[in-house]
Design a protein around this ligand. Structure first.
Ligand code: AMP
Length: 147
C-alpha cells in the first residue's frame, strides 16, 4: 500500500468540518506525512454582475474577509500543529486553487468534506466534486451528514 508523504486539508470553516480536520490529522499521523491546510477566499461578484445584483456603493469587503480567514486559519494551524509556511490562504475559485496548490507542492492526498457551504442538494458538494474530477493525486471526501 502506498504511503502518503504530503496531505493537503481543504477547509471551508463550515460548522461540521471538524470531522474532516480530524480525519486529515489522523491520516498524517498514520503515514507520518506532512500536513498542510488551505482555505480559499471565494471571489465575490459584488459589482458588475450583469444581472443587476451589484451593491450600489463602493465597499471593499476583501480586506476584512482575508483578515478573518487568516485568523481562522492560524487558529486551526495551531490546533493541528501546522507550521505557518504550510498554511495556504488563497483567493479565487476553491476547486482551482486547491488543485494548483496541491500540484505545486507535490501533495499526494487531498482531504475534503463531502459537503460544505455549497451543496446538500447534490450527491457531492461542488468543490469536492470538482477536486475529485480534476486533481492528479488521490482525493478523500470525508462523508458528512447534514445537521
Ligand atoms: P462544498 O463544495 O461547498 O459543498 O464543500 C465541500 C468541501 O470542499 C468542504 O468540506 C471543504 O473541504 C472544501 N471546500 C469548500 N469550499 C472551500 C474553500 N473556500 N476553501 C477550501 N476548501 C473548501
Amino acid at each position: 500500500m502506498s504511503s502518503y508523504k504530503h496531505i493537503l486539508l481543504a477547509v471551508d470553516f463550515y460548522e461540521n468540518c471538524s470531522a474532516v480536520n480530524q480525519r486529515a490529522k489522523d491520516l498524517a499521523l498514520k503515514y507520518q506525512a506532512k500536513l498542510s491546510i488551505i482555505h480559499v477566499v471565494d471571489n465575490l461578484p459584488l459589482t458588475d454582475t450583469g444581472y443587476g445584483a451589484e451593491i450600489p456603493f463602493n465597499i471593499d469587503f476583501t480586506t476584512e474577509l482575508i483578515a478573518n480567514a487568516k485568523k481562522q486559519l492560524a487558529r486551526l494551524g495551531e490546533e493541528l500543529t501546522i507550521k505557518e509556511d504550510q498554511q495556504w490562504l488563497e483567493m479565487g475559485s476553491p476547486k482551482t486553487e486547491i488543485i494548483r496548490v496541491a500540484e505545486e507542492n507535490k501533495v499526494d492526498l487531498i482531504v475534503v468534506g463531502s459537503h460544505g457551504r455549497h451543496g446538500w442538494a447534490l450527491l457531492l458538494g461542488s468543490t469536492a466534486n470538482g477536486v475529485i474530477h480534476h486533481a492528479i493525486c488521490d482525493v478523500l471526501a470525508v462523508r458528512l451528514q447534514e445537521n
